[in-house]
Design a protein around this ligand. Structure first.
Ligand SMILES: Cc1cc2nc3c(=O)[nH]c(=O)nc-3n(C[C@H](O)[C@H](O)[C@H](O)COP(=O)(O)OP(=O)(O)OC[C@H]3O[C@@H](n4cnc5c(N)ncnc54)[C@H](O)[C@@H]3O)c2cc1C
Length: 308
């Protein structure tokens, strides 16, 4: 059995409450929570998971997750330490026949820091992501997007590890099968190690002004004062999830400590020590009411993982 002795050289916590890490503030314990300090350490963890037949779950910034109250068995990996960011260089003659720069970021880097870094380098194209509270790995995994932009618009390459074999590959944008809130990484269960993003030279002040504007729009429309996982549901074709939820009379509906936000019907906020079970019950309730009212079946965007 995998124990403390096998993991003595790692930054590791045992029986650690994941509610300390999730944006929803719900989630039971991880048996073993590891924070690899390098790709080599991550590769070693993948090897140990195989050798000891232990399950392995990779988390990013835990902002699109509901971890169930029973927690997660086996190894849970948080890539917080893998957060380097650097300008890679200049590419003359990009796809658009222009001049572009590449930024390289490790999977644990936060989009907030990365977009601010791009602004400091006078690089434009990433402003849309400045308020998304995810990591590079989580954002690439599900092709995160906002305000008309998506990761697929700026990503050049992603370096991924196959957790079955430990093999590392560099994939180009076109090989990642990006679509609305999904990618081949999600389909295959690969681990994102890092990514490069292609951005254009712009004006620093205009970039900052655009980011300030988007952040102000977010703060005015989203209940950022409460724990949540952002929009709970995907946008159904031809509809807005928030409007359907509103029309079904679900705004303000509360189960346990979780409530359909009164500020943004697409969000469910943890207003009073809610649990993952409360979240799941409220999600089921809303799906049922929206189906009854409009005939549309909402599909969760949030990932629900772990044990009851
Ligand atoms: C207030 C708020 C606002 C939000 N606004 C938006 C928005 O505008 N647009 C949007 O798209 N999303 C939004 N989100 C949701 C969330 O921030 C994004 O989905 C983000 O991309 C998730 O990244 P993460 O690192 O937090 O992933 P996590 O929540 O940690 O994980 C999500 C999934 O990604 C997988 N994953 C994470 N890292 C890796 C990796 N390195 N390799 C492989 N798999 C990995 C996990 O296993 C899990 O299945 C919002 C969330 C909140 C709380």
């Amino acid at each position: 059995m995998l124990d403390k002795e096998n993991l003595k050289n790692f930054d590791v916590k045992f029986d650690e409450a994941l509610s300390n890490y999730t944006y929803t503030r719900v989630g039971g314990p991880a048996d073993i929570l590891v924070f690899p300090r390098s790709i080599d350490e991550l590769a070693e963890i993948v090897r140990l998971a195989h050798a000891f037949e232990t399950s392995l779950t990779v988390l990013g910034n835990a902002s699109n997750l509901i971890v169930r109250d029973g927690g997660i068995r086996g190894l849970v990996v948080l890539l917080d330490h893998l957060d380097n960011i650097a300008v890679k260089g200049l590419t003359v003659g990009s796809e658009q026949n222009g001049t572009s720069f590449e930024i390289a970021a490790e999977a644990g880097a936060k989009l907030k820091g990365l977009t601010q870094y791009a602004q400091e380098q006078s690089l434009t194209g990433f402003e849309f992501a400045c308020g998304i509270p995810g990591s590079v790995g989580g954002a690439v995994f599900m092709n995160a997007g906002a305000y008309g932009g998506e990761i697929k618009d700026v990503l050049s390459t992603a370096t991924v590890m196959n957790p079955q074999t430990g093999e590392i590959s560099v994939l180009k944008n076109v090989e990642l099968n990006f679509a609305y809130r999904t990618s081949i990484i999600k389909e295959e269960g690969w681990i994102v190690l890092s990514a490069t993003f292609r951005l254009e030279l712009g004006d620093r002040e205009s970039i900052q002004a655009r980011m300030d504007d988007l952040n102000a729009q977010r703060a005015s429309k989203q209940p950022l004062e409460y724990p949540s996982c952002g929009s709970v549901f995907k946008r159904p074709e031809g509809h807005f999830a928030g409007r359907l939820i509103q029309e079904a009379g679900c705004v303000g509906k509360r189960i346990g400590g979780i409530e359909v936000s009164k500020k943004h019907a697409g969000f469910m906020v943890n207003v009073d020590h809610g649990t993952a079970k409360d979240y799941e019950n409220l999600i089921m309730y809303v799906i049922e009411k929206v189906k009854e009212n409009s005939g549309v079946t909402l599909e969760p965007e949030v990932r629900i993982i772990g044990e009851e």
